[in-house]
Design a protein around this ligand. Structure first.
Ligand code: NAP
Ligand code: MG
Length: 485
């Protein structure tokens, strides 16, 4: 019998109230995986009730102690990195090195926010004599966190570490396909001393328990990472309840290479940009904008590196069967639209990979930005190379997208690098490099890529209310305070 994965509620493992489970899938083989609890509204109620209870004392916990717990959790994650990586591999099939770096990055969130339990601090506003006005940051209380399947531990850590540091408690709903590491994280939090109820996990279908969580009247803020369509649904629910929401959605990020760039390095980075985690990264660089004078040569260099990557070793599988089918659908769309294939566009022939959800990393060249593969997020290792002529062209094409998550500019002309960077609609822009895992860097989107910011000190603003306090020490009567808002 497959092992069963249960909720983590009030500091202990909890079987689903209707005792229902759904069999998971191992994406590396197509065979069975862990059986995942199928929660319902009663489980959500139990988790939120426990969280609400914990919230009262957690917000008054001495901040140094709160920080110490976050730090202890980071240390435990590192000590048990192999265990966490193995669980992540069971759910996602990613290579060990990728899983281990995900664990390291996840631990880094707790370490970073451990030192920021008192930040951001409030301000003192010197408005009038005889008054002292100050602002202070206060936690929301119960935060609902909903995460996708691609980098599940990292996304849980990215939201929960700042939320907890800011004095909130969390109820996390991970993606059904990859829930194991989130439960393990909550269990570790309990083991290192987080009070029961500060870190809860409810499992089950997004359209059921996810919705129930957003609708629950005691959930005061939601942090969602996932697709645009689900983000919009949650946006409506959050609007009905008038609660704040952070949306980290998809991307079709532009990687812009000018002819004067360090082309050897840029080519290697362009490959990393769209093949990391087999392309299942929201900030993947999947639109390669190349100056026309070097387009063919540069795309050849990129394709040569891509053709050395071996699915099953360098690249994991698509994490869900749906995603596997989605990527193949886009291979068909590329054929229908007559795209020029440089490498890939098909499935690996290797016998050993049969049954697993593997696809070959793929490059299409000379693509027009209006092609579906240039506009729609594939969420697999699929790159479209788009030629451009001038700097203005590059900016126009980069911004001609519904998305705006990240972008990169490759050039030795520093003035051009800054000019282009300022014009690009994206939350992070890289100059002569691709991406950063640094937990200190604020991250989030423009347009359909979402709103709000995760990571960095900035995230703490999104996990707290700002209260303004006015103290008068005037000993005169009848003082006019002006017209109230
Ligand atoms: P998804 O289908 O939107 O699912 C995300 C989460 O939402 C899952 O936990 C899912 O549960 C839950 N969910 C589904 N329907 C829901 C509903 N009606 N109400 C509440 N919750 C619901 O996304 P995905 O397929 O897991 O991940 C791929 C997408 O995530 C891509 O578009 C990618 O770009 C985006 N992404 C963005 C970032 C970022 O930081 N910007 C990072 C990673 C991924 P189930 O498990 O039941 O589906
Ligand atoms: Mg989905």
């Amino acid at each position: 019998m497959a092992p069963k994965l249960n909720h983590w509620i009030d500091g202990r493992s909890a079987v689903p109230s209707n005792n229902s489970y759904r069999e998971g899938v191992n994406p590396a083989t197509g065979g069975g995986g862990v059986e995942v609890a199928q929660g319902n509204v009663d489980d959500v109620k139990a988790a939120v009730a426990s969280a609400e209870n914990a919230a009262r004392s957690w917000r008054r916990f001495p901040s140094a102690q709160r920080g110490r717990l976050l730090g202890n959790l980071a240390r435990t994650m590192r000590e048990r990195s192999q265990e966490l990586a193995e669980l992540e591999i069971q759910d996602t099939g990613k290579p060990l090195a990728v899983a281990l770096s995900e664990v390291e990055n996840s631990a880094a969130y707790f370490e970073f926010y451990a030192g920021l339990v008192n930040f951001p601090v409030g301000d003192t506003l010197d408005v009038e004599p005889d008054q002292h006005i100050y602002t202070r940051r206060e936690p929301f209380g119960v935060i609902g966190v909903i995460t996708p399947w691609n980098v599940p531990l990292n996304q849980a850590a990215r939201a929960c570490a700042p939320a907890l540091a800011a004095g909130n408690v969390v109820v996390v709903k991970p993606a059904e396909a990859s829930s194991q590491t989130t439960v393990a994280l909550a269990q570790m939090a309990t083991e290192v001393g987080f009070p029961n109820g500060t870190f809860n996990v409810v499992l089950g279908k997004g359209s059921e328990v996810g919705t129930d969580l957003v609708r629950h009247p005691s959930v005061r803020k939601v942090a969602f990472t996932g697709s645009v369509a689900v983000g919009q649904t949650i946006g409506h629910l959050a609007a009905d309840r008038v609660i704040p929401l952070t949306l980290e959605l998809g991307g079709k990020s532009a990687n812009i290479v000018f002819e004067d760039a360090d082309l050897d390095f840029a080519a290697k980075e362009a490959v990393r940009a769209f093949t990391t985690n087999a392309g299942q990264i929201c900030s993947a660089g999947t639109r390669l904008l190349v100056q026309r004078s070097i387009h063919d040569k540069f795309v050849r260099a990129v394709s040569e590196v891509v053709s050395t990557l071996r699915p099953g070793q360098d690249l994991g599988p698509m994490i869900t069967r749906d995603q596997y089918q989605q990527v193949q659908k886009y291979f068909d769309v590329a054929k229908e639209e007559g795209l020029q294939t440089e490498v890939g566009g098909d499935l690996p022939a290797d016998e050993k990979l049969q049954g697993g959800f593997y696809v070959n990393p793929t490059v299409y060249s000379n693509v027009d930005n209006s092609a579906r593969l240039a506009q729609e997020e594939v969420f697999g290792p699929v790159l479209v190379a788009i030629p451009f002529d001038t700097e203005e062209d590059a900016i126009r094409i980069a911004n001609s997208s519904d998305y705006g998550l990240v972008a990169a500019v490759w050039t030795k002309d520093i003035s051009r690098a800054f000019r282009v960077t300022e014009e690009i609609e994206a939350g992070q822009v890289f100059i002569n490099t691709w991406s950063t895992g640094a937990v200190q860097t604020p991250f989030g989107g423009h347009k359909y890529s979402g709103y709000g910011r995760e990571k960095g000190i900035e995230a703490l603003n999104h996990y707290s209310h700002l209260k303004c306090v006015v103290v008068s020490y005037a000993d005169r009567q009848g003082h006019s305070a002006g017209l109230p808002d």
